[in-house]
Write a protein that binds this ligand. Structure first.
Ligand code: CTP
Length: 406
């Protein structure tokens, strides 16, 4: 363990939620380690956690008051729980039970811990512990997947002797592993503070007339996941998005566009102040040459549409980029992944390209998961199937490595 002065935890604020379960006593060790490394640690305990360990223990090891009640008499509780969340940089949930995981997965906020989780926009790290059968139960596994898809990270339970007398998976991970994972997230949280990231996401719509358009099945999820992850790492993010069903992300500059030409104009406007461009949008290559101002009637249709090419947003970005700006593209391919990707990388003068394989009916587009390959002039990397949040993190790690290696 490093000393407080040189630790990357020094001066960082961590909110720790402690759930009920036999391993609650071990959580005091984690809190103590975080504090020894210089972190300012604030603990929230559930009612069940208090049945196992006294709040006094956590007050002593954290050096701060322990929070438990939503409705503490005489305190400005409404403000208090939001303040706790705002001033912290990481939410660490220790000894998470199957019950708390279920609540978190479904957005239930019925105690101070779950309310604060719902209110946080910071990274969430969960170390869960429970009986093996409960861990393997279908609902628990689904809840874990739901949370992972939302970007929650986990320190997986270890195998060992459990309080129920069984031997199996479900033991709270070791103190050191939890502290290491928390440190990694906090270090990452500051890793892009110098970047100004411009991201495109979603499809574009190219209208034939006020009632009809040409488009594609992109959901925008990958671009939004990248925007979220870049923001979490401290970057200033501008997201230029075509029409999507996704909620507008917080803490990013958000520019809504519809057509490829609007996306092109918005991107070029924000490009001069950008240090990284990621083109995750599925930009329509063509638009109807003429957009009718009135709806064409079926009986008058001549079943023929003339198309005009759209501007290539990313190719123009690569040409006009400010000095030092990295340009990362995406490609969706059905065949010859590597050949097509390398050709696009060179033709569009990109620093890196991320390739999705698309199946029939645009399968890869609609999924909450993704599996990609990245290519850059000196190498390539396979990113195995994972949530789009995890894939976004791996892509940004790779971009950071490309930046470091010049
Ligand atoms: N792209 C863009 N503007 C366009 C078309 C594509 O900025 N008009 C960007 C996408 O955002 C993506 C990359 O270019 O980052 C590759 O997209 P893709 O559609 O695979 O490339 P195309 O040039 O359209 O190649 P093709 O359709 O021939 O495969």
């Amino acid at each position: 363990m490093s000393t407080p002065e040189n630790s990357s935890l020094a001066g960082r604020t961590v909110l720790v939620g402690v759930c009920g379960g036999i391993a609650a006593y071990k959580c005091a060790g984690v809190v103590s380690k975080l504090r020894q490394a210089g972190a300012d640690v604030h603990v929230i305990m559930t009612d069940a956690a208090r049945k196992f360990v006294s709040p006094l223990t956590f007050a002593a090891v954290s050096g701060n008051d322990v929070h438990m009640e939503m409705f503490d008499a005489g305190t400005a509780w409404q403000v208090a729980h939001i303040t706790l969340v705002r001033k912290s940089e990481l939410f660490l949930i220790l000894n998470a039970t199957a019950n708390t995981l279920a609540k978190l997965a479904h957005g239930i906020a019925d105690n101070l811990l779950t309310t604060c989780v719902l209110a946080t926009r910071n990274p969430i790290l969960v170390a869960h512990a429970m009986n093996t059968a409960m861990l393997e139960a279908e609902p628990t596994q689904q809840n874990l997947s739901t949370l992972a898809a939302r970007g929650v990270e986990f320190v997986m339970p270890a195998a060992g002797f459990l309080a129920c007398g069984e031997f199996g998976d479900g033991r709270l991970a070791d103190e050191e592993d939890i502290v290491r994972a928390a440190t990694r997230i906090l270090e990452r949280g500051a890793s892009m503070t110098d970047e100004r990231v411009l991201i495109t996401a979603g499809p574009t719509r190219e209208f034939l007339d006020p009632a009809r358009f040409l488009s594609n099945p992109s959901t925008g999820r990958m671009g939004y996941a990248l925007a979220d992850e870049a923001r979490r790492r401290g970057a200033a993010v501008t997201l230029v998005s075509g029409p999507t069903e996704i909620r507008t992300p917080s803490d990013v500059r958000f520019v809504r566009v519809v057509s490829a030409r609007e996306m092109h104009a918005a991107v070029l406007e924000h490009l001069p102040e950008s240090s990284l461009f990621i083109g995750a949008a599925a930009v329509a290559d063509f638009r109807p040459a003429v957009e009718a101002t009135a709806k064409a009637k079926k009986r008058d249709a001549d079943l023929h549409v003339d198309l005009a090419p759209n501007p290539d947003v990313i190719a123009d970005v690569a040409q006009r980029r400010p000095p030092g700006c990295l340009v990362v593209g995406f490609a969706a391919e059905t065949d010859d992944l590597e050949t097509n990707a390398r050709e696009k990388l060179a033709r569009k003068k990109l620093d890196c390209i991320v390739v999705n394989r698309i199946g029939r009916n645009g399968g890869a587009f609609a999924s909450t998961e993704n599996e990609v390959r990245m290519f850059w002039p000196g190498g390539e990397q396979d990113v195995p199937r994972a949530s789009k949040a995890d894939v976004a993190a791996t892509i940004l790690d790779r971009i950071a490595a490309l930046r470091r290696n010049g």
